[in-house]
Ligand binder design. Structure first.
Ligand code: PEP
Ligand code: MG
Length: 296
């Protein structure tokens, strides 16, 4: 990294106009959470909870869930933490294999959670348990929940209902709950989603896959992968414009922002918060600093 001799700013990058560019970390392991802490990520923008579940071959007990969620909020001590509900199916397969011809278009994410209410409720309880415990023992911190693979509003509303009902049972203030925009249809109902979503997180890996009908796991088609394409940028522009009109926070999640040309496009479109794997955050910060806010 040719910027590596420069000092890396610890916090967000302040642009000359006063805006901040914020980098969060995507976390798929406890090690990732350590790295996020060590490299001063401004938050954890995504905990892929399903990875932990899949590592236990689908035999991940309630107590074990609680323990891992607790570990993550303790290891990473600084900013917000976003726990995504299990996004199982498609490329994130479980051993309770369901045979499907088109798993990417099949029983995955929110669909699976709604199809297995006990499974959903167990995770909601485990997350709320850790959130409640944290609130009792620490200064306020935004620890919240993100719902994956939403294609239309009623799916999100039904899952949010489950979270709210459980909060009533536990006499707990409802944490923020966000929607992943990763299926193109969801982009066309952002107004309705925003009536009950606290923020949007754009799952660019999947949004790209479903927008271009391009399997993210198939190396034969990966050479067609150009996120800098006009069509995709127009879709992202639609999203950022809608979030500004609706006055709702949005973050870009996924590896797209690690491509520097793309990161420039995204910043120029108006995106300010990016969640990427923690190992690249310092390099990206130095890049943004150099491009947008050079130190005199
Ligand atoms: C995405 O889809 O862009 C995303 C961040 O989630 P995942 O890669 O886990 O599907
Ligand atoms: Mg995704």
């Amino acid at each position: 990294d040719r910027d590596s001799r420069r000092e890396t700013p610890l916090g967000p990058i302040l642009l000359p106009d006063g805006d901040e560019i914020i980098f969060y970390a995507n976390v798929s392991s406890v090690l990732d959470a350590q790295r996020a802490e060590q490299d001063h990520a401004s938050g954890i923008g995504l905990v892929r909870t399903e990875i932990f579940y899949l590592q236990h071959d689908g035999d991940w007990k309630y107590e074990q869930q609680v323990e891992v969620y607790r570990q993550i909020v303790n290891i990473y001590s600084r900013g917000p933490v976003i726990f995504r509900l299990f996004d199982i199916g498609s490329d994130k397969k479980s051993t309770r294999e369901i045979k499907e011809d088109n798993p990417a278009l099949g029983y995955r994410g929110a669909r699976l959670l709604l199809g297995e209410p006990d499974f959903l409720l167990e995770q909601v309880k485990a997350l709320l348990h850790v959130i409640a415990e944290y609130r009792r023992e620490h200064e306020p911190r935004d620890i919240n929940i993100l719902v994956p693979f939403i294609s239309e509003p009623s799916e999100f509303f039904r899952i949010r209902d489950v979270i709210e009902a459980q909060c009533r049972t536990m006499e707990l203030e409802v944490p923020r709950v966000g929607v992943m925009l990763e299926i193109p249809s969801a982009v066309f109902c952002m107004d309705e989603l925003a009536t009950r979503a606290d923020y949007f997180s754009i799952g660019t890996n999947d949004l790209f896959q479903y927008f271009f009908a391009l399997d993210r796991t198939d190396p034969k088609v990966s050479s067609f992968y150009d996120p800098n394409s006009q069509a995709f940028l127009r879709l992202l522009e639609m999203i950022v414009t809608a979030t500004q009109r609706l006055n709702i926070p949005v973050e870009i999640c996924g590896e797209i922002a690690t491509d520097r040309a793309m990161l420039r496009h995204l910043i120029d479109l108006g995106f300010r918060t990016f969640s990427v794997n923690p190992y690249v955050i310092n390099g990206l910060k130095r890049f943004v600093q150099r491009e947008y806010a050079p130190v005199k």
